[in-house]
Design a protein around this ligand. Sequence first.
Ligand SMILES: [Zn+2]
Ligand SMILES: [Zn+2]
Length: 355
Amino acid sequence: MAPPPLLVDPEVEYRVILPEDRSQQAYPIDETQDVDAICRVTAYHRDDFDLVVVSRSQHRTDFLRMGLMGLILPVFWAADLGTLEKLPVEILMDIIRRLDFASVVRFLRVNRRARQVVAELPEYSFVVTHGLDTVLGLFEVRLASRFSLAQLDAVIRIGNCLRCGQFAGYVFLPTLERCCLRCLDTAMDFEVLVLTDAKAEKLWNSDRNGSLPFLRTKPGYYTFHDKYAHERGWLVPAKAVSPFIKFDRLTRFFRYMAATAQPHVTGRGHDVLVQRGIYCKSCLASVEKRVHAAGNSPDIPPLSCRVFSQEEYIKHFQWCRGAQAMWEASAGGTLPVEEPKLTRQRGAFRYRDFD
Ligand SMILES: [Zn+2]
Ligand SMILES: [Zn+2]
């Protein structure tokens, strides 16, 4: 039986809700209502999606962060930068902003003075604090020398997918482009080729080898199943090789090896707002019910629900009857509410302890 059609309001796409789940009128939210609490009770972030792209354990992330801050390597006491000291510090900082990120990290490890200069750059602490997964991902797939500190700072501040305009919680590493998971899965711009296949099909032009953003894959989990990818290989974005490639035999598995989860961050200092993208709990429950009814696998329909920024989600909430009922049952976020196992766990975790 065909699923019921989605109702798409031509003006406000946030209202993409099945007809029977849609409220008759917009739920009133005044400024005194706690938007954070509404999001916490009725929406959730899919943590498992963030683990099928380039990632590592929290323990290892913390350890590597210390390395990026120059805290775990012996730092020489020498406290000057030789001839670089002749430059005004503002000019030196401007040069560092434009340096590729791998060189910035090499520079900060020179000595204590170099570490001090880099640490005083607000962009550096911002990128290491809020873009850590992207930075570490770039090092792990050997692309850290392709992008500058300024480019990394900029991509963290982009919140929407460059292809579809929806909230984008991921970065495609070879080109450092923002993307949503749906576009990472399906858009031709994010297709990647295994290098040996590209060579076998004579798509490889040795004159351009050095300029292409090819990446070394990192062993890890890149599917929702318990299957570990052990082997390392080289990938290259298909569009960088040739715009005339047939895409049919390639899989999302390789695309996930070329991307990392990246929150959208706005503001600076104490005024930062970090968003990882949220899904509606009620809409997921509704989709799950339909999947069960159709006799399909109860596994997560990964991309059947839309991901929102907090601001977008509140607009969705105003039309989503199930989410409103959940909020009311929580008595303003003070009582626990019934919700699917998947939303309670923030994803479907079948594996753990990678690295
Ligand atoms: Zn997209
Ligand atoms: Zn909803």
